[in-house]
Ligand binder design. Structure first.
Ligand SMILES: *Cc1c(COP(=O)(O)O)cnc(C)c1O
Length: 231
């Protein structure tokens, strides 16, 4: 059993080492990979500690919790990624407070985000969330609907469509994990062939980020391995 370091700076160092090793093994530069620290349910103090240790990107799932935290930290102090399920009536604060949204899965939400993005901010960076396993309970656009959604979202003036995101079905077998990440990369490649300039694959969490990096992840979303278990 691997021992997990007790303090956040050592856990961050360890995760960065693992990212570097996975990138090297895949013949990629670790500089291509952005580590997003998923700070949901953890207090602002944890984010401050991570910022002090050199982490700059944070992911949040719940709108109100995130707004309180961004307010406590100071809006310009970090790059904020919204990675939770987004309801139509919660788009405005997300468009106002976040730099990225990884979970766009329908055109209506994207239209609202575009309309509500403040004029003084740069266009909101967006990934389309794809539902790879066809699970009834999960969000995400089905692969069959991806092409149409990408065209709709790419046309919006205040949205910068950057790539695809997935939360694949839970698998313990790395070969099965790899299968899903490869599928997302292929879908991204299809969209590139169709003319979309997509540079982002947001995939991989604490349990599988090394496998995701092997299949081209550019953004890994890591919570537990950095901040410890959620209460
Ligand atoms: C919570 C969450 C994560 C982080 O999960 P860990 O297993 O704790 O690393 C990543 N992505 C999304 C979308 C999440 O909701």
């Amino acid at each position: 059993m691997l021992t997990v370091p007790q303090n956040l700076p050592s856990r961050l160092r360890l995760v960065r080492k693992r990212i570097e090793a996975a990138a090297n093994a895949a013949g990629r530069s670790p500089l291509e990979i952005t580590l997003i620290g998923v700070s949901k349910t953890h207090p602002p103090a944890a984010v401050r500690e991570a910022l002090a240790a050199g982490l700059s990107d944070f992911g949040e799932n719940y709108v109100q919790e995130a707004l309180d935290k961004i307010d406590a930290i100071g809006p310009g102090a970090a790059t904020w990624h919204f990675i939770g399920a987004l309801q139509g009536n919660k788009t405005r604060p997300v468009a106002e407070a976040f730099d990225w949204v990884h979970t766009v899965d329908r055109a209506k939400i994207a239209r609202r985000l575009s309309e509500q993005r403040p004029w003084h901010a740069p266009p909101l960076k967006v990934c389309l969330q794809v539902k790879l396993g066809g699970e009834q309970t999960k969000s995400g656009v089905a692969p069959e609907g991806l092409r149409a959604l990408a065209s709709d979202v790419a046309a919006l003036p205040r949205i910068d469509l950057r790539g695809l995101m997935c939360i694949p079905p839970e698998e313990r077998d790395p070969a099965r994990q790899r299968h899903w990440f490869r599928r997302l990369r292929e879908l991204r490649d299809d969209l590139r062939d169709a003319g979309h300039a997509l540079d982002v694959l947001s995939m991989g969490m604490s349990g599988d980020f090394e496998v995701a990096i092997g299949e081209g992840a550019t953004h890994v979303r890591v919570g537990t391995a950095l901040f410890g278990p959620r209460g």
